[in-house]
Design a binder for this molecule. Structure first.
Ligand code: PEP
Ligand code: MG
Length: 586
């Protein structure tokens, strides 16, 4: 690790994304940018440069072989095949000869020459008609990055093997990076990009790991090895915090603990308002490993099982048996409470990276149910596994990103075919399994009467609904100020969806991040939501809040704010309501 570059205390501001305070050593994880140095060399240096190159190739070879063996052991030979392709790219004779020729003609350093040649190969393959050849671009990119890291002598970071008490500082942390993170060693994370509802932030909140995002240039100001303090409440990073600062944070932590202890003391009580209206509080989970916490927080089942976590951890599309075991474990852990399993929502910031199946990282593209309907074999495998898990408890199934009735019907048609398959095979499943849809695309909200008539339940995904309604990318820190859950259009849409559900007698839940935020929970309750599904770590505070409000007052609050046109004024009213309920804990 490098020595701290600056012993002076330095404070940086970003977006508070996951609450809590962490103090540890920074581990800077750079994936995208790699500054390749460029300098002149003379005749006498040619041999030394080529020797350096040979050494870096050997190091890279050993590294790739090591990863290959690890993957072969954990996930099987099939999954490890990609690294054989990487070894072939690394030792490609034509490419290596081109690099040494470039060195002799340009008289520039070896990493500069290697990078030039690799970039030429990448452009060449990218322009090919043949899809297989076009896909080699990613292999060359991966291998050249590894080799350049070795040539430049940069510290490599393996997110799966962090040192104790690490705080990861990165341009961005994708959900597949997050799946690799060594969660026992990770104290917090800081990113240059990202918004409050990126999936890695959602993961941080569920693990109670403090996070600050949208820092723009944290990776340029923080060096690996720096002492940093992450304040996920205020969205502040302190580099080299003084003793004084650490003492103040220590005192704040004691106060926050008292507040949390108070919230926790109500955790086994019902989520009921002062005037006797109950609401069901359920958990959002990504896998069986989160069920212990969900149960400890007295969640009344799972309102959103984001199944992508299984695929991301697997780095591909796991077979039916692997999925079934995970679904069953969650269902069994949930006991008599329901588990709503959402079918695969791949795409957007959750790309699986399987070389055989094309991912789409656009939020408006080939995502979620669109991907599943376009990859029927993958969809059917998942539906089989979910249906089989329904033999072990109260399972419901939910489709993400439904944008119209035909999509719902198409998904149901596949679902019916899979049910018939299982019947023919004599496999047990719940014949009365309920089917619901996420309401997260504005078109679904507009046709809510039709959608409610053809579903057993609805769940509002506000994370996406807000981004699509306001046309504001939920990951883009430059437009975070426009990502506004209190926008009058959002409030009206939420109310219309809940009213639509009520008219059809179809229960409506909210499973986006605002369900875990007391500023909005009162509003959702006042609108008549049947349940809230949230990260279980936030459940104690939301329950405490609900137990300290009157439902009639929440309804009056809705009637008042729904008339307002200024979202700042709306937030003020919602905040005042929250503060009144939480009192000194607000
Ligand atoms: C949502 O969009 O609100 C939601 C719950 O789904 P996700 O965050 O996984 O897109
Ligand atoms: Mg969503």
């Amino acid at each position: 690790m490098s020595e701290p570059h600056n012993k002076e205390e330095l404070i940086l501001e970003g977006i508070a994304a996951s609450p809590g305070v962490a103090h540890g050593r920074a581990v800077v994880y750079l994936q995208k940018q790699l500054d390749v140095p460029c300098f002149d060399i003379n005749e006498d240096q040619i041999d030394a440069e080529l020797e350096r190159f040979d050494k870096a190739i050997l190091e890279t070879r050993a590294e790739i072989a090591g990863v290959r063996d690890k993957i072969a052991q954990s996930l099987g030979e099939g999954e490890a095949g990609i690294f054989d392709a990487h070894l072939l790219v690394l030792e490609d004779n034509a490419l290596l000869e081109e690099v040494s020729a470039e060195l002799k003609t340009s008289m520039k350093n070896i990493e500069f020459c290697y990078n030039n040649v690799a970039q030429r190969y990448i452009s060449f393959f990218r322009s090919m008609e043949d899809e297989y050849l076009r896909e080699r671009v990613a292999d060359i990119g991966d291998v050249s990055r590894r080799l350049l890291h070795n040539l430049i002598g940069m510290q490599k970071v393996n997110l799966g093997e962090l040192a104790a008490e690490s705080i990861v500082v990165s341009e961005d942390i994708s959900p597949s990076d997050a799946a690799d993170l060594d969660r026992n060693k990770l104290l917090g994370f800081v990113t240059d990009c990202g918004g409050k509802t990126s999936h890695s932030v959602i993961m941080a909140r569920s693990l109670r790991i403090p996070a600050v995002v949208g820092m723009h240039d944290a990776t340029k100001k923080i060096l690996s090895g720096d002492h940093i303090l992450v304040d996920g409440h205020e969205g502040i990073i302190v580099i080299n915090p003084t003793e004084d600062r650490l003492f103040k944070y220590g005192k704040l932590a004691t106060e926050r603990k008292k507040r949390d202890d108070t919230f926790n003391s109500f955790i086994s009580e019902p989520a009921q308002t002062l005037d006797g209206v109950s609401i069901s509080l359920m958990a959002n989970v990504e896998g069986a490993q989160e069920m212990e916490q969900a149960k400890a927080m007295h969640a009344e089942g799972v309102g959103l099982f984001r199944t992508e976590g299984i695929f991301l951890r697997h780095h591909g599309y796991p077979p039916e048996s692997v999925q079934y075991e995970e679904y069953r474990a969650v269902v069994e852990a949930s006991g008599e409470h329901p588990v709503i399993i959402r079918t695969l929502d791949v795409g957007g910031d959750k790309t699986i990276g399987d070389e055989n199946v094309k991912d789409d990282s656009s939020f408006m593209g080939f995502r979620a149910i669109r991907f599943c309907l376009g990859n029927e074999a993958i969809f059917k495998t998942q539906l089989r596994a979910i249906l089989r898990s329904s033999a072990h408890g109260d399972v419901k199934i939910m489709y993400p990103m439904i944008s119209g009735i035909m999509e719902l019907r198409m998904a149901n048609k596949v679902f019916d075919a899979v049910k018939q398959e299982l019947r023919d095979e004599g496999q047990a499943f719940d014949e009365a399994i309920e089917v619901g849809a996420m309401v997260e695309v504005p078109s679904a909200a507009v046709i809510i009467d039709q959608l409610a008539a053809e579903t057993d339940f609805l769940s509002i995904g506000t994370n996406d609904l807000i981004q699509y309604l306001i046309a504001v990318d939920r990951l883009n820190d430059q437009v975070t100020h426009l990502y506004d859950p209190a926008h009058p259009a959002v409030l009206r849409t939420l109310k219309a969806i809940i009213d639509g559900g009520k008219a059809a007698n179809t229960p409506v839940s909210i499973c986006g991040e605002i369900a875990g935020d007391p500023t909005f929970a009162g509003l959702l309750l006042g609108m008549g939501a049947d349940s809230l599904s949230l990260t279980s770590s936030l459940l104690p505070e939301v329950k405490y809040f609900i137990r300290h409000i009157n439902h009639a007052e929440a309804e009056a609050l809705v009637a008042e704010v729904i008339q307002l046109s200024d979202s700042a004024e709306i937030v003020k009213k919602l905040e005042a309501f929250r503060q009144k309920a939480l009192g000194k804990f607000a």
